[in-house]
Design a protein around this ligand. Structure first.
Ligand SMILES: CCCC/C=C/CC(=O)SCCNC(=O)CCNC(=O)[C@H](O)C(C)(C)COP(=O)(O)OP(=O)(O)OC[C@H]1O[C@@H](n2cnc3c(N)ncnc32)[C@H](O)[C@@H]1OP(=O)(O)O
Length: 392
C-alpha cells in the first residue's frame, strides 16, 4: 500500500538527479554546541526540516549525512555504482562523516535545522514600525504603510495556489503583523485570482516510503496555519480580488471583514478532491449560513457568486470590479485610523467566546484530512489534476 501511494505522489521527483534527495537528509556539521539534543529534539527537527524552504542540494546532502550518522552510525554500506548519481552523492556525504559519534551527529542535525529555520524566518518578517516596508519572498509580498499591513499572495501564473513554503511565510507574516504598529492587516491576491487554494503539488515531492511522514508534516503545518488565523489579535480583512478556491474560502470565516469584487467566486470542491473541510468551516459555515447552504458548499462543492456569498454572510460587501481597488482601499484607510486598542479589544471580546472551540475544531478537521490525503479518492483526484497539466 505504502509503495503504491508513494508511486502516485512521486511524480515531481523526476527532474534533476539531486532534486530527489529527500528532506530528512538535510544535515550539516556544526560545532560548539551549547546544549545537548535529546531524541525528542531530534525527532522535532526531522519533522521541521520537511517544512523548510528548499535549502539546495549541498545542504540537503549534509542533512542526509547527519541524519544517517545519527540514526545508523558510520557508513558501512557498499558504495553505489558510478552511474547511480544520487545514491553515490548521498553515500559520499555520509561516508565523509567517518566515525563521528551518533550523539554528535544528532546534535549537529538539530543545530543545523535550527539555523536553517531562523534564517528562513528572518527573511520573511516585517519590521515593526516600518513605513512602506517590503518584505517576504517572491510568492508572498508583505508591505506596511499608513497603519495597514498588506500580505499579498503573489503567484499569479499559478492563480496564487499556496505552496508549503507560502503557508510558512504567511504564518511568519501574521506573527510579525500581530506585533508591528499597524492597526489592521489585509490579505489579498495579485492578478486575476484571489487564490486557487492549496497547491496540489504539495504532496508530490516525496520518495518511496515517505508519504506518511510527509502527510504528517503537512498536517502539522495546516494546524499551525489555521491556529494563527484563530489567534490573530488585530482586525483582519480579506480583499478578495477574484475567484477563491478551497482553503482560501474556508478561512474567510475567521476574518473580521471580507470585501469582494463582483468577479469573485467562492468554491470548495472538497468532495470532488476526495478531501474534507478545513479552516474551521465545518463549524463556522453552518452557523453563519445555516446547515442547508453550508452543506451545499462543503459537501456538494456548489460554487457561489460574490452576491450569493454576501447573501450567505460569508462576504461583507461586494464592489464592482472596475472600482473595487479604489473603493476598498479608501474604506480600509479610514478604518486604519480608528483607535487601534478599541478595535483589538472589540475583536478579542467577540473571538474569545469561541477561541477554545475553534482550536478544537481545527484539530479535528486536520486529523480527518490527514487520513483523507492517504485515501484512493484523494490521490486519484489530485493525480488527475496534475497529470492533465503535466508537460512532457
Ligand atoms: C497544506 C494544507 C493543505 C490544506 C488543504 C486545502 C484544501 C484546498 O485548498 S482544496 C482546493 C485545491 N485547489 C483546487 O482544486 C484548484 C485547482 N485548480 C483549478 O481547478 C484551476 O486551475 C482553476 C479553476 C483554479 C483555474 O483554471 P484556469 O483554466 O483559469 O487556469 P489553469 O490553466 O487551470 O491554471 C493556471 C496555472 O495554475 C496552476 N494551478 C492552478 N491552481 C492550482 C493549484 N491549486 N495547485 C497547483 N497548481 C495550480 C495550473 O496547473 C496552471 O499551471 P500551468 O500553467 O503550469 O499548467
Amino acid at each position: 500500500m505504502a509503495q503504491r501511494l508513494a508511486k502516485h505522489w512521486c511524480l515531481s521527483a523526476i527532474r534533476s538527479p539531486l532534486q530527489v534527495i529527500s528532506f530528512p537528509a538535510l544535515q550539516l556539521h556544526v560545532s560548539g554546541t551549547a546544549m545537548r539534543a535529546d531524541q525528542k529534539d531530534f525527532e522535532n527537527a526531522v519533522t521541521r526540516v520537511k517544512l523548510l524552504k528548499d535549502p539546495g542540494n549541498e545542504m540537503k546532502l549534509k542533512l542526509y549525512a547527519l541524519y544517517k550518522q545519527a540514526t545508523e552510525g558510520p557508513c558501512n554500506v557498499p558504495k553505489p555504482g558510478v552511474f547511480n548519481l544520487i545514491n553515490k552523492a548521498k553515500w559520499d556525504a555520509w561516508n565523509a562523516l567517518g566515525s563521528l559519534p551518533k550523539e554528535t551527529a544528532r546534535q549537529n542535525y538539530v543545530d543545523l535545522v535550527s539555523s536553517l529555520s531562523s534564517s528562513s524566518a528572518s527573511s520573511s518578517q516585517v519590521k515593526p514600525g516600518a513605513d512602506k516596508e517590503q518584505q517576504g519572498s517572491e510568492n508572498l509580498v508583505v508591505t506596511s504603510e499608513n497603519g495597514i499591513t498588506k500580505i499579498m499572495l503573489n503567484r499569479p501564473t499559478k492563480k496564487n495556489a499556496i505552496t508549503t513554503q507560502m503557508y510558512q511565510e504567511i504564518i511568519l507574516a501574521l506573527k510579525a503583523a500581530s506585533k508591528d504598529d499597524s492597526t489592521i492587516t489585509v490579505l489579498t491576491g495579485n492578478g486575476d485570482y484571489y487564490c486557487s487554494g492549496n497547491d496540489l503539488s504539495n504532496f508530490t515531492d516525496v520518495l518511496s516510503g515517505e508519504i506518511e511522514e510527509k502527510v504528517k508534516s503537512i498536517a502539522i503545518l495546516l494546524r499551525d496555519f489555521v491556529d494563527c488565523f484563530i489567534d490573530f489579535p488585530k482586525p483582519l480583512i480579506a480583499v478578495v480580488n477574484g475567484p477563491a478556491v478551497g482553503i482560501s474560502v474556508t478561512l474567510l470565516g475567521l476574518f473580521d471583514a471580507v470585501y469582494a469584487s463582483d468577479r469573485a467566486t467562492f468554491h470548495t470542491p472538497f468532495s470532488q478532491l476526495g478531501q474534507s473541510p478545513e479552516g474551521c468551516s465545518s463549524y463556522i459555515f453552518p452557523k453563519m449560513m445555516g446547515p442547508a447552504k453550508a452543506k451545499e458548499m462543503l459537501i456538494f462543492g456548489k460554487k457561489l457568486t460574490a452576491g450569493e456569498a454576501c447573501a450567505q454572510g460569508l462576504v461583507t460587501e461586494v464592489f464592482p470590479d472596475s472600482t473595487f481597488q479604489t473603493e476598498v482601499w479608501t474604506r480600509l484607510k479610514a478604518y486604519s485610523k480608528l483607535p487601534p486598542n478599541a478595535m483589538r479589544i472589540s475583536k478579542q471580546i467577540i473571538r474569545n467566546m469561541e477561541k477554545e472551540k475553534l482550536h478544537a475544531v481545527n484539530a479535528e478537521e486536520v486529523s480527518v484530512l490527514q487520513e483523507r490525503w492517504l485515501s484512493d479518492e484523494c490521490i486519484n483526484a489530485v493525480m488527475n489534476f496534475l497529470s492533465k497539466r503535466a508537460k512532457l
